[in-house]
Design a protein around this ligand. Structure first.
Ligand code: GRF
Length: 224
């Protein structure tokens, strides 16, 4: 594990010519992963995706990984008798690929404490609403947007946040508002929010790649 550890605030910067090595965990189609890969290709994101892990063997995200020549790993806790064995296997894969940071790009499982401990303040999640509203267990996919509409909100948005032991609870790194429009359905709102997701995830990651994020209690402070 030690080789994969990088102190927060000392992550490689652009002028070291070293890319931040990231793993993506995802359960679905992977449009956020595709957006991250696109930012890397356009050279606006100094990262390298070195591993993609999914708990779903048929997830589109694994196909995206294979297409890009990225290590694709199907790993689910159900494959193991004990949670510790799952953790060991996952941490082994992360160490093998020298992963410095993990992004949850539509990963529907809770992250076990062993992973949170080894990657403290180095796991980012994207949530399609303005946390702490409309987050927590069961708040994923269409449910989030339907709940926003049912409440009568005028704005929704996106939150990129650090991950701790609870769903959607860690400190926000970046947030962006997205208007709710008259006549919106969960699908139309989701589509408008997704456009912003695809920008903000890469922006947040780039802040880490530049070593500009410092966590002070609940605040993720971004240095100029
Ligand atoms: C996104 O809406 C993200 O905010 C949420 O899960 C969805 C994943 O979508 N956490 P995709 O698989 O990246 O297209």
């Amino acid at each position: 594990m030690t080789s994969a550890k990088v102190e927060l605030g000392r992550l490689p910067t652009e002028n070291t010519m070293r890319k931040l090595r990231i793993a993506a965990f995802a359960s679905g189609r992977g449009s956020n992963l595709a957006a991250i890969l696109d930012s890397i290709k356009r050279r606006t994101l100094d990262c390298e995706v070195v591993l993609v892990m999914s708990n779903k063997p048929t997830a589109g995200v694994l196909d995206i990984a294979r297409t890009h020549g990225i290590a694709a790993l199907h790993l689910a806790q159900e494959q193991f008798e004990h949670a510790e064995d799952f953790d060991r296997r996952l941490l082994g894969a992360l160490a093998e690929h020298q992963v410095e940071m993990i992004v949850l790009a539509g990963y529907l499982k809770k992250i076990n404490p062993a992973i949170i401990r080894d990657y403290k303040n180095r796991i980012l999640n994207i949530h399609p609403a303005l946390l702490p509203a409309f987050g927590g267990k069961g708040m994923y996919g269409r449910n989030v947007h339907q709940a926003v509409l049912d409440y009568g909100c005028k704005v929704s948005g996106v939150t990129v946040h650090l991950v701790d032991e609870e769903y959607d609870r860690g400190p926000p790194v970046l947030q962006k508002c997205v208007p709710v429009k008259e006549g919106d359905t969960a699908e139309s709102l989701a589509a408008r929010v997704l456009v912003e997701e695809h920008k903000i995830f890469s922006e947040a990651l780039q802040l880490f790649a530049e070593g500009r994020v410092e966590v002070r209690g609940r605040r993720a402070v971004i240095r100029e």
